[in-house]
Ligand binder design. Structure first.
Ligand code: ZN
Ligand code: ZN
Length: 409
């Protein structure tokens, strides 16, 4: 196949315009399956050609261990997409999760990528039995077990938990899956023993007792552990890992938050998940309930509007209210605002040689330090008129320099 056909040749603006102009109703859905796949490179080319022909957009990872797909399919082609999947033995009858909130613009292009693993979990798969997964629970039984006092654990990264989560869930501070699961194991280990007994410190109250372990307090039943994530895929690995670590009563939300939302809607159940569900496409989030569980990182008012700092080298993920968005020109700080308000050519010149790596998680666990930085920067700005003295050189060295007017307070 002509390798050029496998690439998307248009920039994001052109793609967005084309998507808005196509006037086609789209359905956002996701699916994954752990299944042995052979000749993944050839499979990748075949899937790309097949799905491209149906107008499918999205992000798909395939690996020798399986497939993980988030796609947007023209609603009129859903049936044919289903047939195309079912025609392949490896993907036959793979369950779909359809997004509840969908304006059809979740993805701008189709990317099918070959990966080592379908989830970058950082876990050594050969060190534990990945098929020994926890019990799959539907929305109704998940709710019931929550009412019975199960310990609910969010297995997403800190920035995903921020704008929505299950009531009372443990929310990891880590910003990677590997980090989150290690933090969870640590947290479970440190759950206080039911009786104050220094000698029993090494005894894990939540683990099934082995011979020679136990002692006072062991008769207390360990609470059931309930895991959840966006679409269920991370729980497959995590539940197997926790079981390997000795935690036996592990349940997981089947189909994740995405399918939970669909089930509670279809069955008229109360949603114990509050707020929005962070998703990995253009939408950033889909609303599950009207509850606002987070606050603006810049001013602290209740808010769950999630966005990225518009200064391209920063790109920090942040929760930002409308008033702060206006005040900071969609940026995280006065420093980024000063750059972002320069003419585009000057921004490009300034960006040269700077990393555009996202610093998405910096402020999430510590919004107070972001607020402190903002206060300090505002003071400096008032004092010096700029937070970027280096701009003076940049402006004098460039022909468009005369056109640059510094944003003033
Ligand atoms: Zn604000
Ligand atoms: Zn920024």
């Amino acid at each position: 196949m002509d390798p050029h056909l496998l690439r998307n040749l248009h920039g994001p603006e052109a793609l967005r315009a084309r998507l808005e102009g196509e006037g086609v109703s789209r359905t956002t859905l996701s699916f994954y399956r752990y299944v042995r796949l052979n000749e993944v490179d050839r499979l990748r080319d075949a899937l790309y050609a097949e799905w491209k022909a149906l107008g499918v957009l999205g992000r798909v990872y395939i690996a020798p261990e399986g497939i993980n797909a988030q796609v947007s399919v023209p609603t009129a082609e859903l049936e044919r997409f289903r047939q195309a999947l079912d025609a392949r033995e490896a993907f036959a009858l793979v369950p779909w999760k359809i997004a509840v909130e969908d304006d059809g613009r979740s993805f701008l292009k189709l990317i099918v990528r070959v990966k080592k693993k379908i989830v970058a979990d950082g876990l050594a798969d050969d060190a534990f039995d990945v098929t020994n997964v926890g019990a799959h629970l539907d929305a109704k039984s998940f709710n019931r077990k929550m009412e019975e006092g199960a310990l609910v654990i969010d297995l997403r990264n800190n920035y995903e938990c921020l704008i929505g989560h299950f009531e009372g869930a443990y929310l990891p501070k880590a910003d990677t899956f590997r980090g989150a699961i290690e933090e969870v194991v640590e947290m479970l280990r440190q759950q206080p023993a039911r009786v104050p007994d220094q000698g029993a410190r090494s005894v894990d109250p939540l683990r099934a007792p082995k011979h020679g372990e136990g002692g006072p307090g062991r008769s207390d039943p360990a609470p059931e552990i309930l895991l959840y994530c966006t679409g269920g895929i991370r729980c497959e690995k995590a539940s197997a890992y926790l079981r390997h670590q000795g935690f036996t009563k592990v349940g997981q939300l089947h189909g994740g938050i995405i399918d939970y939302a669909r089930q509670i809607k279809a069955q008229g159940l109360p949603s114990r998940y509050k707020g929005q569900n962070f998703v990995f496409d253009e939408r950033l989030a889909e609303r599950i309930t009207d509850d606002v569980v987070s606050s603006c990182m810049q001013c602290g008012t209740p808010c769950d509007r999630i966005t990225n700092c518009h200064e391209a080298t920063c790109n920090m993920l942040l929760v930002q209210c409308e008033a702060c968005a206006a005040n900071f020109a969609d940026c995280c700080s006065p420093s980024c605002r000063e750059i972002h308000q320069l003419p585009i050519e000057a921004q490009r010149a300034w960006r040269k040689g700077r990393s555009t790596r996202s610093t998405k998680t910096k402020a999430i666990n510590d919004p107070e330090s972001l607020r402190r930085r903002i206060r300090e920067e505002e003071e400096l700005l008032a004092l010096n008129g700029t937070l970027h003295p280096e701009l003076t050189t940049l402006i004098s060295e460039h022909p468009y320099g005369r056109e640059i007017s510094r944003p003033h307070q």
